[in-house]
Ligand binder design. Structure first.
Ligand code: NAD
Length: 355
């Protein structure tokens, strides 16, 4: 019995996670899989209830589960707390680190039905299908930080550190992924100015020798940001470090029409974590306006990567596509002539197609 831990979190988190659960239960009925769900507190909701954003009990439940489905954390209410108590700094980052989730995978696929929802011209985005592999537990976000006064002036420092083994481990994952796709890896760095990028490039070059069947190209991050808008269909697997990946994944999400469509999987440890690529969207929380498809598609990734249930994952993806084909749209992807639906109605429609 696959044990799934639900961490709904803050803002729209609870609304979108319940739709994904609806869909997982429907898949369970259709394919006779008895998913077992447990729920725990995380983020601002946990801080309000017990005074910390990542309670020990939640962490223990994470270790005891087979996979984790997270909604989102954060919101203005908790923005002024010290970093260690804030939903992102005190829960999300430590959770990734403690679970050893060093790789974040974000498929960026444009459903043909949503070509007009993309801000780019149809001829530029049609056929878009790439995946970003982002290093998640190293680099600037985890390196030594300092704030100090020097000669009467305050200054702050963050450090971007990567070891060769950290680069090799994520690089290998990107090459393996490319082997199952169109066999091309674009390794994104800033090797013209950053020492950590020069090591990144050298390690990737050497690793590439083990994968002669995969094309390896290097691209500076500033150029990559531009190429994603200019000709995004050139990409198959984009591999990059933590901070660059954070920015490029958000940029990529809009290519698909809405950030509400982008799923993600954080893998590498014993228990993987699945979550939509967006945040807690406090501006629309509690209004049934959120698009639950990114979370539903994250649940599909869970079936694929944690439970090896490929057919079931594909069934969810096909149901999402069919609902979009039938013209149903949450407000973020609404177009003239389409049928508006709420968060819960979108979940019902996808689940309804599954059984
Ligand atoms: P956000 O992703 O929450 O929202 C950005 C914009 O996208 C908003 O206009 C929002 O309404 C919209 N949006 C996001 N998800 C949507 C969905 N499913 N359907 C429709 N529209 C959607 O980013 P933000 O506003 O920068 O951050 C809000 C809070 O979320 C902050 O506290 C931030 O720290 C947190 N955050 C959390 C995570 C996470 O939990 N993984 C990631 C990013 C931001």
């Amino acid at each position: 019995m696959p044990k799934i831990l639900l961490l709904p979190g803050d803002g729209i988190g609870p609304e979108i996670v319940s739709e994904a659960v609806k869909v997982l239960k429907a898949v369970g009925r259709r394919f006779q899989i008895d998913f077992h769900f447990t729920e725990a507190l995380v983020g601002g909701a946990a801080y309000d209830a017990v005074g910390v954003p990542l309670p020990d009990q939640t962490l223990q439940l994470c270790y005891a589960s087979d996979a984790i489905l997270l909604g989102a954390v954060g919101g203005p209410k908790w923005d002024n707390l010290p970093m260690a108590l804030r939903p992102e700094g005190g829960a999300l980052l430590p959770l990734r680190k403690k679970l050893g989730l060093y790789a974040n995978l974000r498929p960026v696929v444009l459903f043909p039905e949503l070509v007009d929802a993309s801000p780019l011209k149809p001829e530029v985005v049609s056929g878009l299908d790439f995946v970003i592999v982002r290093e998640l537990t190293g680099g600037l976000y985890f390196g030594p930080k300092k704030r100090e006064f020097v000669e009467g002036e305050e200054r702050a420092m963050d450090t971007m550190i990567y070891s060769a083994s950290e680069i090799e481990r994520i690089g290998r994952l990107a090459f393996e992924m490319a082997r199952k796709r169109r066999r091309k890896v674009t390794s994104v760095d800033k090797a013209n100015v950053l020492e950590s990028s020069r090591l990144w490039r050298a390690v990737m070059e050497k690793l590439g020798e083990e994968y002669p069947d995969v094309e390896l190209e290097h691209m500076y991050v500033d150029n990559c940001a531009m190429q994603l808008i200019r000709r995004p269909v050139q990409f198959d697997v984009i591999l990059t470090e933590n901070t660059f990946g954070d920015i490029l994944t958000d940029e990529s999400s809009v290519l698909t029409g809405s950030i509400g469509l982008l799923a993600s999987a954080s893998i590498g440890g014993k228990v993987a974590l699945y979550e939509p690529a967006h945040g807690s969207a406090p501006d629309i929380a509690g209004q049934q306006k959120a698009n639950p498809l990114a979370t539903i598609l994250s649940a599909a990734l869970m079936l694929r990567y944690s439970f090896n249930l490929e057919e079931e994952a594909r069934a969810i993806e096909a149901a999402v596509r069919e609902v979009l084909k039938q013209g149903y749209r949450t407000p973020d992807i609404m177009e003239p002539g389409k049928k508006p639906v709420t968060t819960a109605e979108m979940g019902d429609l996808v689940a309804g197609l599954l059984g």
